[in-house]
Design a protein around this ligand. Structure first.
Ligand SMILES: Nc1nc2c(ncn2[C@@H]2O[C@H](COP(=O)(O)OP(=O)(O)O)[C@@H](O)[C@H]2O)c(=O)[nH]1
Ligand SMILES: [Mg+2]
Length: 442
């Protein structure tokens, strides 16, 4: 089983365990945190990082207030997802390619890390997206280096430039000039990685990067080295300014989590990962998707977004009023609409083995009644909407007639309103925590 598979599987197991529990309480959260620590340590993640993250998960899971329609369970999953994502870098880092100009990426890294394979993978990746990519080979250190590159690149029709001998700087200049003249969108410069000693290698990278003046230096790191990836990133950063990282061989080792988190901890951006020897085994590193996959739920990102939406709709404007006790029928309608948007949640949960179903009432009510409620609310006067207390039986009759609904429907709406108002009141008690969190997420 590969690094990511085993990390992912154990993480998914921990999540499933949480989903199967009848109630998610403090004990359940602590158990999850313990599982999380175990999983990350097994993937060679640095102990301090593990402690930092798991503390954060525990604290947020237990202390943050829940927006209406969101269960503790969902909230905990969201927190877990967010903290792991943060830990691997929040946003996907992309190569910025400018149109009408050749973008140059220079690949550096030690011998055997996967530069040559990576260059071809990258060229193919962008070629598939409609760009013209070419590769310059400046590795004259290893006999047969250019031959190896050419063979791989020829398979996917990517042009290459190189020579068995000569100064790497000269080859680089010639190659770049050649491909620029032909208007290539992307030129990858493959480099040598083996030298008598590290100082010589770093010195060559410095000279070469002066000659190439790349738009970006991409460091290729072998993912099987685990936490050591951090010191390698630091070493290369001293000779050239490393702009991004390509972590390879995440298909083959138990240390993938260590490499990914160590690199992220240095502040470097992982842009690509390699997951096999084949040219197609390359992935743009998008932390959010990646974490979702690790946690074993295809649509966890969708879940997280829906929970956020519920929070946001609460945050948007109304929050203060609601928390200060002003809660109108219109507010309720808006709240229910937010809950309805979360409808597909139920589907997500039901797909998870071990079975768990969302507290039915809210979503169900929202799904069935919202349209009817809209018409009813539209048939009320402004005063009634703002202050439903004044709606007596004669007003109820009038509203029912005006909206084409039954009096029972109107009463049901009013009952739901009272129930929600009560809920809001209990929320007010958690006001301070909630406000803190809303400010935090805004
Ligand atoms: N399993 C696996 N092997 C890889 C990956 N990337 C590169 N390799 C292998 O690692 C070895 C060294 O790769 P190479 O590109 O020659 O490294 P270079 O010396 O940095 O140019 C080759 O046997 C590649 O097939 C990957 O993502 N997964
Ligand atoms: Mg090579």
């Amino acid at each position: 089983m590969s690094a990511l598979e085993s990390l992912g599987r154990s993480l998914a197991d921990a999540v499933k365990k949480l989903l199967r529990l009848p109630i998610v309480d403090e004990k359940a959260v602590r158990e999850l945190v313990k599982d999380l620590q175990r999983v990350l340590l097994a993937a060679d993640v640095n102990v301090d990082l593990v402690l930092q993250m798991s503390r954060k998960v525990e604290e947020r899971s237990l202390n943050e207030a829940l927006p209406p329609g969101v269960s503790r369970r969902e909230h905990v999953i969201k927190v877990l997802y967010e903290e792991i994502t943060r830990f691997l870098g929040e946003k996907p880092a992309k190569v910025s390619l400018e149109p009408k100009r050749s973008t140059t990426i220079m690949l550096v890294g030690i011998q055997g890390s996967g530069k040559t394979t990576g260059a071809v993978k990258l060229a193919r990746f962008y070629q598939k997206r409609g760009l013209r990519a070419a590769i310059v080979c400046t590795d004259t250190f290893r006999p047969g280096a250019f031959e190896q590159l050419k063979q791989l690149a020829d398979r996917v029709g990517v042009p290459t430039y190189g020579s068995k001998d000569g100064k790497p700087e000269r080859i680089a200049r010639e190659g770049l000039e050649n491909f620029r003249k032909q208007g290539f969108d992307l030129i990858l410069v493959d480099t040598a990685g083996r030298h008598k000693n590290e100082r010589d290698l770093m010195e060559e990278m410095r000279r070469l990067s002066e000659a190439v003046k790349p738009d970006e230096v991409m460091l290729v790191i072998d993912g099987t080295i685990g936490q050591q990836a951090a010191s390698q990133a630091a070493a290369f950063n001293q000779s050239t300014t490393v702009g991004s990282i390509f972590v390879t061989k995440l298909d083959g080792s138990a240390k993938g989590g260590g490499a990914l988190s160590a690199v992220t901890a240095t502040g470097s951006k992982i842009k690509f990962i390699g997951t096999g020897e084949k040219i197609e085994d390359i992935e743009q590193f998008v932390p959010a998707n990646f974490v979702g996959r690790l946690m074993g739920m295809g649509d966890i990102q969708g879940l997280v977004e829906r929970v956020r939406e519920a929070e946001l709709s609460l945050a948007r404007g109304k929050t203060r009023d609601i928390l200060h006790g002003r809660f109108t029928l219109k507010d309720m309608y808006e709240q229910m609409e937010a809950v309805r948007k979360m409808g597909p949640l139920k589907k997500i949960w039901s797909m998870i083995p071990g079975g768990y179903s969302l507290p039915e009432d809210m979503v169900e009510v929202a799904e069935k009644r919202l349209d009817s409620w809209r018409v009813i609310i539209q048939s009320m006067c402004k005063e009634e909407v703002e202050n439903p207390k004044i709606i007596d039986s004669s007003r109820t009759r009038r509203i029912a007639r005006g909206s084409g609904r039954s009096e029972r429907d109107v009463k049901e709406l009013l009952n739901q309103y009272s129930a929600m108002k009560k809920m809001m009141k209990s929320m007010r008690r958690q006001q301070s925590t909630l406000m803190r969190r809303l400010q935090f997420s805004a």
